[in-house]
Design a protein around this ligand. Structure first.
Ligand code: F6P
Length: 358
């Protein structure tokens, strides 16, 4: 029987982490009639490697449903370095196993994105009892319809686009809004549609500047002398798509840019003669309180994960499939990602709304 469990949050934070911690903890207390010990591992896998943790009592998880960030702290601990012994001479996998056993855990809940799932899979293969929960504003975890954090980020990004609209219109400008998402375009696509962006550029569909220009000119000729371009941080042009990533990065470095946003804005201004500005909301997209949808999703995911632990079903990644809360084997999820497919419904909708996709 499960008597003592650990929870960790790893990778970039997002709204809904605390709501998930609360749901796991509350459900476990309910299921085991308070005969459960919960350990919060601090700062993700880093804390597991270094044995940093604290006991979590009801006081800790009360009133955190609406709280942004994570009460446990988080850190990026790159998967590619997990099996590498660095200068500190620490065998990370051995330390994590040792600390899991020292803490006398029966199970460990890992809340995180793609990197977190890869390490979770490694630990599961090493014989630890692991259950993962899908967190990321990028919404790119394989095998789940949606990840918690995503819809809050969509709301924030949509608000940015809404605000860009009013000022763009007054000044008759083009505004390029850069949105997060790493290599995926979900956040830009959803918020772009929700915010009524005129152009949406995502990494899954390299853009051709000529298509963007003709769309902007068409708008201009129809009396629309302002436009909003939503661009994903990972977007690149068709010319760049022909290059190896290294060459692309070198070229951008020469231009003093990491992402396409400013390059694009400068080109558009030069070629259209219209004043063009950029907005980069950055980490604000991951900040603050989770929206109602994410609170419910996090609560459903957390409570389902607690039931898996009660049934001693481990090596599983909690997911939503076709609207139903369920799970996939972690090994099926690890190492994959869910990108936007160009024939998906939401892309069709964007085309139908005459949004330029580059
Ligand atoms: O994975 C979430 C995310 O916000 C990505 O969208 C973004 O590329 C990355 O994290 C930023 O990472 P960091 O917080 O380490 O700068």
């Amino acid at each position: 029987m499960v008597k003592r469990v650990g929870i960790l949050t790893s990778g970039g934070d997002c709204p809904g982490l605390n709501a998930t911690i609360r749901a796991i903890s509350k459900s476990l207390h309910h299921i085991f009639e308070n005969k459960i010990e919960i350990v919060g591992i601090l700062d993700g896998y880093h804390g597991l490697i270094h044995g940093k943790y604290k006991e979590i009592t009801e006081d800790d998880f009360a009133d955190i449903l609406t709280l942004g960030g994570t009460i446990l702290g988080t850190k990026r601990t790159p998967f590619k370095l997990m099996q590498v012994i660095e200068e500190d001479n620490i065998d990370k996998i051995a330390e994590m196993k040792k600390n899991y056993n020292n803490m006398k855990l029966d199970c460990l809940f890992c809340l995180g994105g793609n990197g977190t799932h890869k390490t979770a899979n490694l630990l599961s293969k090493e014989g630890l009892n692991i259950i993962t929960l899908p967190k990321t504003i990028d919404n790119d975890i394989w095998g789940t319809d949606v990840c918690f954090g995503f819809h809050t980020a969509v709301n924030i990004a949509t608000d940015v686009i809404d605000k860009a609209h009013t000022t763009a219109k007054s000044h008759k400008r083009i505004i390029v809004v850069e949105l997060m998402g790493n290599k995926s375009g979900w956040l830009t696509l959803y918020s772009g549609i929700a915010g009524g962006a005129d152009v949406i550029l995502i990494p899954e569909n390299p853009y051709d500047i000529n298509n963007i220009l003709s769309h902007l000119n068409k708008r201009f000729n129809n009396g629309k002398n302002y436009s909003i371009i939503a661009v994903a941080e990972g977007a690149y042009s068709v010319d760049e798509a022909k290059m190896k990533k290294k060459k692309r990065m070198e070229l951008r470095k020469k231009l003093g840019e990491k992402n396409a946003t400013n390059i694009l804005a400068k080109e558009i201004e030069k070629l259209t003669g219209l004043e063009t500005r950029t907005i980069v909301p950055g980490h604000i997209q991951r900040g603050g309180s989770p929206c109602a949808y994410d609170r419910i999703l996090a609560t459903q995911f957390g409570s389902y994960a607690a039931t898996l632990a009660k049934n001693e079903q481990f090596g599983l990644a909690v997911a939503m499939i076709d609207g139903k809360i369920t799970s996939n084997p972690i090994q099926k999820v690890a190492g994959k990602s869910k990108l936007v497919t160009l024939n998906c419904e939401v892309i069709e909708t964007a085309k139908q709304m005459e949004i330029c996709l580059g």
